[in-house]
Design a protein around this ligand. Sequence first.
Ligand SMILES: NC(=O)c1ccc[n+]([C@@H]2O[C@H](COP(=O)([O-])OP(=O)(O)OC[C@H]3O[C@@H](n4cnc5c(N)ncnc54)[C@H](OP(=O)(O)O)[C@@H]3O)[C@@H](O)[C@H]2O)c1
Length: 465
Amino acid sequence: MYRDPVQSLQPAQHNSIATTMAMPAATRPLRVGMIGIGTVGAGTFRVLARNQATIAGRAGRGIEVVVVAARNLARAAGVVGTGVALTNDPMQVATHPEVDVVVEAAGGTGPAREWLLAAMAAGKHVVTANKALLAVHGNELFAAARQHGVALAYEGAVAVSIPIIKALREGLTANRIEWVAGIINGTTNFILSKMRDEGLGFAEALAQAQALGYAEADPAFDIEGVDAAHKITLLAANAFGMPVRFADAQVEGITALQGLDVACAEQLGYRIKLLGVARKRPDGVELRVQPALVPATHLLAHVNGSMNGILVKGDAAGVTMYYGAGAGSEQTASAVIADLVDVARLDGTNAAQRVPHLGFHAHAVDEHLAVLPRAAVHTRHYLRVPVHAPQDIEAVGAWLAAQQVPMAQLALAADKALPPGSGAQVLVLTDAVAQATVDLAVHALASHRAVAGPVASLRVEMLEA
Ligand SMILES: NC(=O)c1ccc[n+]([C@@H]2O[C@H](COP(=O)([O-])OP(=O)(O)OC[C@H]3O[C@@H](n4cnc5c(N)ncnc54)[C@H](OP(=O)(O)O)[C@@H]3O)[C@@H](O)[C@H]2O)c1
């Protein structure tokens, strides 16, 4: 069924390549080498084949996959059929003499970095859907792309079906971006929607997500907020013209979130979402992922199930919103192929005249723009304070006021929000206050005589539209 990888890499087997080699670069098909033909790779191959004429009409030339790397070649052959060379050595694709552009759809941050560096050193453009790789090694990889004058495109790495990189890099170039925020992980949004709609606990909702294929067997990157942090890091770099600073991002997932807080937030008129937030401040950038309350009437509160939604606030455009599937085979292919069309158009052009990788030309990227520490982040907050008796609400309110915590609302959780036996709960919504003040207050509250258990604390994001 599959071809011997060494034999199959002989050019003679590729009639389409043999006949196109003599054509000028701008008119012959763009020749693609793919590393990985799993969910993203197979979707890309399928959509390229299905929409061939439309894509060629937009790109100005055909786009043709000529070689594919995978570990399981029989499975790969089942996807690509005959006429495409197969190998289980990704380096052969990265350095293949007949390849113009390498699509990396394998994943990981180790070998994938080597493949991309080798491909770019060999003068090939690169398209990747690998957010982990770019979040961790992006500064090095973008520098290599500049050095070799090649494109490094990554729309599929952020919000797949939503062309948010294109929006930031091209559509919104007039704006000083004030903030970017959104729901950028479908797995956790599915889990949070289940917790709210069906009153499930976190573990139960995660099990459902896994059974329905919305969560990986190892969901750690999703539920711990790491995947969303990879994406908000890339969005921040594009929004503010800063290096990729994933190591400085504050990352909190939803593993410790209680159904009780989902219900109490609902009582106060809010929903809990895992948000990625990048906000420019006079003294730096907030770069963070955390479960946060958003008003139930807010646009983001209505992004449910596995969908993604992103808001961008520009000084000229105001707030714009982007909504769509944040994962999936053909949904990601949509972005990968859009990048391939860009490459087909820019191939052979002067690198200095192309859209810069992070939206700003290298000399305009602010190397000194730092990520603000967690303690300095100012937002509103939600606190849930378990107390011995409902009348303890007065003691909690007085104590918080004495700690300089500005309160906008103080209430008791309604019985219907509470699972049986959970005891009285005081709910607090603060005005904007530094995280450091809230952390101190929560720490000290733990030993207050009225308090009957651990205090829950979450940010409240108003994301003014
Ligand atoms: N799935 C999504 O919805 C989605 C969305 C956006 C971005 N992404 C990103 O896209 C990338 C790929 O994800 P995926 O879901 O498509 O993964 P996947 O289904 O597991 O496919 C990975 C592919 O890469 C191949 N591969 C991995 N390591 C290899 C190696 N050392 N040598 C040769 N082939 C290798 C695998 O080959 P075998 O099958 O033969 O093992 C498989 O064909 C990841 O970076 C992911 O974060 C995924």
